[in-house]
Design a protein around this ligand. Structure first.
Ligand code: CMC
Length: 442
């Protein structure tokens, strides 16, 4: 089978949109304003240091474009999310996850032939080297799946030393496909290990999502019958989480990749960044929060705590750094949630509590004024729970999906003519230079 890298379509370079003049201490710097194909224009500040001996200050990098990218576009005010120009709602409705992986990686939707070839490549690479089974034994049975995922993905780099050759486009493509193919197997085995159950191997006759569910739930004594509504729901969740522009974990992957590190190490860094409750850990945190609230009567007391400036309680699954009116992924997720629960025919008290909490918060001035709306994670945890996926696996599922975005962004960075090692500056507020003499106690 050939392993050709599909060609990426070309797009126009940034356009010059005039300049901004900054004058400081009698000197002026002319900073070009660049426009992309859509979205905010950016001020190119690269001359600022040379011209004025100034850096810029932007904690959390909320107003800084750290790179040029052609992959994902978000308009947070309008609630728009596009993958390679296609609206997320259309993709979630009409595509499969491997199709999205191809789109994000190569820039265009695959032809039927390209799709079949790509799916075959993913199937072929989904097995793990048998020695990797030994990695799992090194972990405690109660290890968090994210620590197993992070450690195992980093450890896999030892099995693919050729991945170190990041200067070679074909080698980068092989690493990207390996990562997308193997990550569900590692995640599913992390779960199996925690339960003391035998590992289930990937099967060529299952789709990506069917395979994942089967590896999670099949047992030698009880084969698992994949429900198509569940595998479709999982596929949709994976699509919705596949990429999200320059978020914390993607920026971590780009930053690590900028040093030329092994791709598996870069993705392990992304997994570590995703783990935090302010990022990928939020869906797990939503369920913990719902459980701690317990029942509808306790909602007002909980919301009062969230609003109290002296408490650090947050309404998990609400708010977003970028989406300030609604999260376009959340509405698709809510619909998927309804489909799964209807299929199960179950009445879930936690879901009812979630719906009540959502209603309450959306009517409260605190959330309205700050434009805090439910984000994708408010619902994804509830769907995972309905599918029988345990809470500590939620972020691992997010990592499986986001691996596609990470490797696409990592690969894109290599073709950027402006590629440099990430090295931000700082505003230093510590002590000025001082003498050690007299300060040291002997
Ligand atoms: N609950 C209560 N108050 C909040 C929340 C929340 N979830 N989110 C923001 N605020 C308040 C915050 O206290 C601040 O209030 P004030 O202006 O009075 O100081 C104001 O809203 C602005 O918040 P911010 O901290 O400047 O917002 P941010 O852009 O830095 O944070 C966030 C974004 C996602 C970290 C935050 O909204 C949050 O912690 N949400 C809960 C965790 C969560 O659901 N995360 C998943 C994000 S979606 C998945 C992903 O894409 O990674």
């Amino acid at each position: 089978m050939t392993q050709s890298t599909p060609s990426t379509p070309s797009f126009s370079p940034p356009q010059d949109e005039g300049c901004v003049k900054v004058t400081y201490k009698g000197k002026t710097s002319k900073l070009p304003v660049l426009s992309g194909s859509t979205g905010n224009n950016v001020i190119d500040i690269r001359n600022l240091q040379n011209d004025l001996d100034l850096f810029t200050f932007d904690p959390g990098l909320g107003t800084t474009a750290s790179c040029e990218s052609k992959i994902t576009f978000i308009d947070g005010d309008k609630g728009i999310l596009l993958y390679r120009g296609y609206p997320i709602a259309q993709l979630a409705e009409h595509s499969t996850f491997p199709e999205i992986a191809f789109l994000l990686l190569y820039g265009n939707l695959p032809t039927r032939h390209e799709y079949n070839e790509f799916v075959n490549r993913l199937e072929e690479k989904s097995l793990l080297h048998e020695q990797i089974r030994n990695f799992f034994n090194g972990f405690r049975r109660d290890a968090h799946p994210m620590s197993i995922l992070c450690g195992t993905v980093a450890g896999l780099s030892a099995f693919y030393p050729e991945g170190t050759d990041t200067s070679n486009e074909e080698s980068r493509d092989v690493s990207a496909v390996h990562l997308i193919a193997k990550i569900p197997t590692i995640a599913a085995w992390a779960y199996k290990y925690s339960r003391g159950e035998p590992f289930v191997y990937p099967r060529a006759d299952y789709s990506y999502s069917e395979n994942f569910l089967n590896m999670l739930f099949a047992r030698p004594d009880a084969p698992y019958k994949v429900n198509p509504i569940f595998s479709r729901a999982l596929d949709r969740i994976l699509i919705l989480h596949a990429d999200h522009e320059q978020n914390a974990s993607t920026s971590t992957v780009r930053l690590t990749g900028s040093t030329g590190a092994h791709p598996f190490a870069c993705i392990a860094a992304g997994i570590a960044a995703l783990w935090g409750p302010a990022h990928g850990g939020a869906n797990e945190a939503v369920l913990k929060m719902l459980r701690s609230i317990g029942s509808k009567e306790n909602i007002p007391e909980f919301i009062a705590k969230v609003k109290d400036k002296n408490s650090d309680v947050r309404l998990m699954g609400f708010g977003h750094r970028v989406y300030k009116n609604f999260d376009p992924r959340a509405s698709i997720m809510k619909r998927t949630c309804d489909e799964v629960l209807a299929e199960l025919g179950e009445h879930d008290p936690l879901l009812e509590l979630a719906m009540e909490l959502e209603k309450y918060a959306l009517q409260d001035d605190y959330f309205v004024q700050r434009k805090l709306y439910p984000n994708v994670d408010f619902y994804s945890g509830i769907i995972f729970k309905a599918l029988g996926i345990p809470e500590n696996m939620f972020t691992a599922l997010f990592a499986v999906a986001r691996t596609v975005g990470w490797v696409s962004q990592w690969k894109e960075a290599f073709n950027d003519p402006l590629r440099r090692i990430y090295r931000p500056r700082q505003l230093y507020t510590g002590p000025e230079e001082r003498d050690l003499k007299g300060a040291k106690h002997n």
